[in-house]
Design a protein around this ligand. Structure first.
Ligand code: FAD
Length: 420
């Protein structure tokens, strides 16, 4: 076997990806069995807390606090293998790394996140980070979003959303609200538009109606059925594909500021592997998170086929399930667990308030707190800006469990007072 690794070439558990899902599962497994040999493979030098990039873009968080060295995030006793996995060989219980080295495993966890297809929009890469074209979906660009907001002197501000699925489906509009709040406070006249190919503000109708009300409060315009296909930075023109009566056409819109969320897809090396479902995602059972065809493979986070909202909040709830089910399979002992699809999306409706959208599979509304979750609240802003980063760095990626309090609760259909 060709290998250029200085580390071992076989482990009881190999984890592909050292992001939110990979590191948290590694830490949880080591908590459950200190003697278990676990390796995490990841090409990145850094580990990121991506949920705070929205706040960075809105001038409400220090970008430096969203990044730590990958090595520093590795739980004690876990082997970090710097490298990129290029292929899976489930029939040989091995993964292949760039360069050809193979690592064998008894159990595999795939936690490689989602692929950002920046080149899916013509002209975008050339103009990102200049010409007032930005995106919170990159560490280096989130601070530029704040710069764009501050240097906006009035005119048209466009905020785009690509087709689903994407990670954090609320992020494309969260930054719109933070910008709108800044423009309002600074009396800057703005034509603010949310450009989405979708038919509504959010995938869960209960929250979508409330978000329409937030848009109205800012006099911002939702533009449905609009897919960004091309950007010309120097002439500040965005091109949108629209479909009218089944006929597609492209319409152009001038902008003074453009926040783009890139199209996203299953990572190519997964899509082209035997692990993938028809759409390219790691095909796991949505309750057990175990692969439907390979019993010694589990998946966690954004790269899997589970129909939950792709968020770090979902990862937090999936982590104990993967660890427990894997340990039960490995040892033949212990209980198993199921995941109910719970995810949360703290929608920053202004710099100071958050609408805390929590829901499970099939859009069942499951708030952690008894109050109507459609009302933006200051306490949830504190949660988003201060508590959740603490929870992530000190509890989630340390493999500790946080008590779950979310449950199905019913609320009147009529909207509560919405004051963003
Ligand atoms: P990631 O954390 O992205 O980690 C994937 C890892 O896999 C990376 O380290 C990568 O280097 C590695 N990898 C990739 N390819 C390979 C390969 N070939 N071989 C080995 N390793 C590989 N979530 C929330 O809960 N709340 C929010 O408010 C929120 N806001 C967000 C705002 C923004 C702007 C963004 C970008 C994300 C936001 N999210 C939010 C989503 C959240 O960050 C992700 O859902 C979460 O990080 C998913 O974890 P993951 O482990 O699946 O993927």
């Amino acid at each position: 076997m060709a290998t250029n690794l200085s580390v071992r070439t076989s482990y009881s558990v190999v984890i592909v990806g050292g992001g939110a899902g990979g590191v948290s599962v590694a830490a949880r497994l080591k908590r459950m069995s200190n003697i278990l040999d676990v390796a995490v493979v990841d090409p990145s030098e850094f580990h990121y807390y991506q949920p705070a990039w929205t706040l960075v873009g809105g001038g409400q968080f220090d970008i430096a606090k969203t990044r730590r060295s990958m090595r520093d995030c590795m739980p004690a006793g876990v082997e970090f293998v710097p490298g990129r996995v290029t292929a899976f060989e489930p029939e040989h219980n091995a993964v292949v790394l760039e360069g050809g080295a193979r690592i064998g495993y008894k159990f595999l966890v795939v936690a490689a996140g989602i692929q950002l297809d920046w080149d899916g929009i013509e002209g975008l890469i050339d103009t990102l980070g200049k010409n007032d074209v930005t995106s919170n979906y990159r560490f280096d660009l989130a601070p530029y979003t704040w710069q764009c907001i501050q240097q906006f002197k009035g005119g048209t501000a466009l905020f785009t959303q690509p087709p689903m699925p994407i990670k954090c489906a609320g992020a494309p509009q969260k930054i719109l609200y933070l910008a709108a709040d800044y423009f309002r406070k600074n009396r800057i006249a703005a034509d603010i538009r949310f450009m989405t190919p979708g038919p509504s503000m959010f995938g869960v109708p209960f929250y979508a109606k409330a978000l329409e009300s937030v848009m109205r409060a800012y006099q911002a315009k939702p533009c449905f059925g609009q897919k960004l296909v091309r950007v010309d930075g120097p002439s500040k023109t965005a091109y949108f594909e629209v479909t009218t009566d089944g006929i597609k056409s492209v319409q152009d819109t001038k902008f003074d500021m453009l926040h783009v969320v890139p199209p996203q897809s299953a990572p190519r090396f997964i899509r082209e592997s035997p692990l993938a479902d028809a759409a390219g995602w790691v095909e796991v059972d949505k309750a057990t998170l175990r692969h439907t065809r390979f019993a010694n493979i589990f998946g966690i986070g954004d790269c899997t086929s589970t129909p939950n909202s792709k968020t770090a909040a979902a990862v937090k709830n999936q982590m104990p399930v993967v660890a427990k089910n894997l340990m039960a399979a490995l040892t033949g002992r212990g209980e198993t667990m199921t995941y109910d699809g719970c995810a949360s999306c703290p929608l920053t409706t202004s710099a100071g308030k958050v609408m805390l959208a929590e829901f499970c599979y099939d859009g069942v509304v499951t708030p952690s707190f008894p109050m109507d979750p459609r009302s933006p609240r200051k306490i949830y802003w504190w949660l988003k800006q201060s508590f959740l980063p603490y929870l992530y760095w000190n509890i989630v990626i340390k493999g500790k469990r946080w008590p779950l309090t979310h449950k199905r609760r019913d609320f009147p259909e009529a909207l509560p007072t919405i004051n963003p």
